[in-house]
Design a binder for this molecule. Sequence first.
Ligand SMILES: [Zn+2]
Length: 377
Amino acid sequence: MSNGAAATSLSGRLILDDRVASGRITIREGRIAEVDLDGGDLTGGGEPLIAPGYVDVHVHGWGGHDAMGDHAALDGMARALLRRGVTSFLPTAVSAPLPALAAFAERVRAWLPEATSDGAEPLGLNLEGPFLAAPKRGAHDLAALLVPSEAARTDLEPLLDGLRLITIAPELPGAPDLIRWFHDHGVTVSLGHSAATVDEARAGYAAGATGTTHLFNAMTGLDHRTPGLALAALLDERALVELIADGIHVHPGLWRLIERLKEPGRLVLVSDAVALAGTGDRVGRLGSLDVEIRGDRVTLAGTTTLAGSVLALDVAVRKLVEAGISIPAAIAAATRAPLALLGITDRGRLAVGQRADIVELDQNLSVRRVMRAGAWV
Ligand SMILES: [Zn+2]
């Protein structure tokens, strides 16, 4: 541990906002105190790549641990994520009855101050639902879905403390008002699980939404006669877009389209992983529903409906780079972009004053070691 006044320094190929540069960073008291570029040769190889720690804002579980479980499950999930280079995350609920979501929020809130220090740091919580469109619910329980105009605000208030992100389908009755309400309470709203027309989707962004939940999945797309949420998300300059870059959820051919339309910092890699991820098991649960794995594909049991992933962000970053996206852009999608979605600026870049959450990667972008707040874990 090196969390005290003593300085730690790290040398390698630093992944900066817009380039990779040989150099050294010095860390004091958990923060980046100096960044020195030495102008060295980048082609020599062998030097580790130094990147900010990854941030997964949409993850339902990992390593056999479910985000909707108890404190031990949340600690287990945090530790499993950290091993994959994730230093910050949002435990993410799937749609459930409001009392169950309130209980989830309460469990996460109680856990936040005592979360394990050798895992990824929780930044709050994410609710994927329950204001989702039934025809695009994917792996969400139909019985748990709610319509915004029928939800009393007093029933939603118990969810607010610690809530950083919520998915809402903008075409539902009352959705623009609810989007505005969450936005006014400091919660980032992400549009998704939606059958919206392009105009309904635009109204959702105009009401204050800035996120897009797993672009292209469980939403109206780019059909040339009836374009929907995906088109609005790609063209709205305010909108950030989540991508599940496992090569299953969205064809890699479309990743390049997203990259051309979204400046770096607006493409957000998410895992959408389920608790089964990293366990090797073939069957498990997502919320109240049974899921199964064939290959790397997670589906609702007995169907072809995708139900999250077994992805981790280190793999997603690698896949983006293999698809031809630059290393700084791929790293931004796993670091400062998800943080920008939440309005967090104290970490996510290799720059003076930033919190020293860092991953050291080898030539193949595999995680070698992880630093959290200046301490190797
Ligand atoms: Zn989803």
